[in-house]
Write a protein of this length. Structure first.
Length: 274
């Protein structure tokens, strides 16, 4: 049967949130209650995954679910909305972890969409202050590329911020790579550090940056179903205006395997920051 959050927990959270400064005891009790539910969730996931499970609860506004493989099990970082969830959602989390994100995502997406009120809203400036903004690479300066594209194609209208993402920790070859991402909440573009290598041509990096800048331009656009669409037809059509569109696509098809290695050190290239 679905597990419901007890009314006592809801009352304690409201009490602690509203009277935090005057009643620290209420805050402490709320934290203890959350910790008990975290332990319960860890046990439920442990049974499903049949392995050791470490669960960390957070209040992020960007990533609701993430996981990593440990020597004897798994480490999961989950938004607090997952503290007390139906068995269906726990099963989806188990499938999501076991399949490396290939299964269970539909159930999780619907659950997150139904519980968006639990996501604390903060300003763009606050979100950006939490991030480490590092646009300057050893071979490609994302700040300069962004400014050039913004002037050439958008008349300076794009107000996003750009940075390289964190360096990958895995040593083995990847099966896929997400070369760029855009957060509509923080308006931050992240570029995978694998692109900051000498053999990656500037026009290819520009194409990835240009695509993510289009996400800022077309953010919030709805698709034919009325739901928010990440790649509306107008965005895809606009992307073809990039001066090296076909050339960049051809380079990706021919050299993708060079970007799938664990990092520049595997190619004998220097890392950023060395």
């Amino acid at each position: 049967m679905p597990r419901q959050v007890p009314k006592s927990l809801v009352k304690r959270r409201r009490y602690a949130a509203g009277r935090l400064a005057r009643f620290p005891v209420a805050e402490l009790e709320a934290q203890r209650t959350v910790e008990r539910w975290r332990q319960v969730l860890a046990r439920r996931l442990r049974r499903g995954l049949r392995a050791e499970v470490a669960v960390e609860i957070h209040d992020n506004t960007h990533t609701m679910v993430s996981f990593a493989r440990l020597r004897r099990g798994w480490a999961l970082r989950l938004h607090h909305m997952f503290l007390a969830v139906p068995d269906e959602v726990v099963g989806a989390l188990v499938d999501y972890v076991r399949s490396g994100g290939l299964r269970g995502s539909g159930v999780l997406d619907r659950f997150i969409e139904d519980n968006t009120r639990a996501i604390r809203r903060v300003s763009v400036a606050q979100l950006r202050r939490r991030l480490r903004i590092e646009p300057a690479g050893r071979h490609h300066d994302l700040g300069e590329i962004f400014a050039t594209l913004n002037h050439r194609y958008f008349g300076g209208r794009i107000g996003a911020t750009i940075t390289y993402g964190p360096a990958p920790r895995r040593r083995r070859t990847r099966r896929s790579i997400k070369m760029g991402s855009y957060s509509a909440e923080s308006r931050v573009i992240r570029i995978h550090p694998a692109l900051d290598q000498a053999h990656v041509p500037r026009y290819f990096v520009e194409w990835i940056v240009f695509h993510e800048m289009l996400h800022d331009l077309y953010r919030g656009r709805a698709g034919h179903s009325g739901r928010r669409c990440l790649h509306p037809p107008e965005l895809l059509e606009h992307e073809r205006r990039f001066h090296a569109f076909h050339r960049a696509q051809a380079w990706e098809q021919e050299h993708l395997e060079l970007l799938l290695v664990a990092g520049p050190e595997e190619l004998g290239l220097p890392l950023r920051g060395e």
